[in-house]
Write a protein that binds this ligand. Sequence first.
Ligand SMILES: *Cc1c(COP(=O)(O)O)cnc(C)c1O
Length: 460
Amino acid sequence: MKYVSTRGNAEPVDFVQASLMGLAPDGGLFSPEAFPSIERPSASATYVETATRVLSAFAGNSLPEDAIRGMAQRAYAPFAHQSVAPLIEVGPGRWMMELHHGPTLAFKDVAMRLIAQLYDHILGLRGERMTILCATSGDTGGAAASAFAGSKHVDMVILHPLDRVSPTQRLFMTATGAANIHNLALEGDFDGTQAILKQLLADDQFRRRTHLAAVNSINWTRVAAQSVYFAQAQAQLGRDRPIRFVVPTGNFGDALACYVASRCGLLARFDCVAAVNANDAMARLLSGMPLMKGATAATLSPAMDIQLPSNFERLLFEASGRDGGAVAAAYALLASKGEAPLPKTAATKLGDMGLSAERVSDGETVEEMKRAHAETGWIVCPHTAVGLAAARRTRQADGPIVTLATAHAAKFPETVEKALGVRIGLPDRAAEFTSRKEKFDTGPMSADFVRDRILSLVGA
Ligand SMILES: *Cc1c(COP(=O)(O)O)cnc(C)c1O
């Protein structure tokens, strides 16, 4: 099982290397050389069993199955629901898959906890220690902090834009109480933190000296780990029934995981609706419009405020017939001109892959939150509401429709209170965070500042 770069100009690597490297050296994203064929699990398969089956297929010979089972067991033990990703019936033929039962109340926990186990396993075997840098606009930082807290092999440095994450999101990153988790709040925006991360990673000497790596939404292990819950939904709703998945979408990681699950035979068919907010790049790209770097609009579903979904590159690679040269050319043009047409073959193919997009405005998001609350008493998070509104609107399906619930409403108490007039507190399992002191330093949006801090933290 080898992984190739979507830009076609990097040596193939195995699963473990792809996970530790994150990004391919030619700037592309790792994708399997060929999708493995994976047998659909039975309806009674536990989440850990399915995760072991799926990840073993993606890992090939690079990891023994027993090790993978141990990682999955440890990763998912702290989840508050024994099925990890329970399906809840919300109406006739309509379901919601809750992905927020992890420690930091958003679906990012599902993959991040597995990645942390993988890193600990590999670094433990090699007797190595790494510094992991993470730039976050909110949810990824909390999931990473929680997953790596207490790791004996990793020092984690999380960069977030000062005063631009919600108080609850900040709490999850800064109040882990773990000595190996460090937080820097930088004066500027998320794009600035991401630029510093890229700059430091590109500095070969610094990267070697500090054993620096990054965990971010394009790591292949995240996609692989997220394809597991789609397989579980298929198994539980009937092995061969056509299911439509509605996926609240930002960086396109979750929707891509759905596509990957179908390519491996884990789904009866690929029918996926990417639900987007005013940042509707996915809708435009699927209609064949060019790649573009636009300004993001701030919405009520901030985790989806992304203009250029980075995982789209993997879909483009497939749609262009795995033409790495064409993908590389498109992204080079995007970098130099700020805009690039999609390769011709891809533009025609994208429309009929089974993927569509639905835009949902902030007004409709609030309406959906109100409606769910009035009809069933549920309080849903704004991202989930975008999905539910999109599901309500899509054409008739000939099987069940499953909407992903990507976060717990308690992560967005300000929006919930505005929409519903209800104050929502953290669930008991997360309440411990409020009793610990937050720990973070502030500083300028400067790569030198971050570099100095990392050097003094890891003593390199
Ligand atoms: C990250 C996130 C999303 C977007 O998921 P992608 O995989 O980036 O498309 C949606 N909802 C919530 C709550 C998130 O944290």
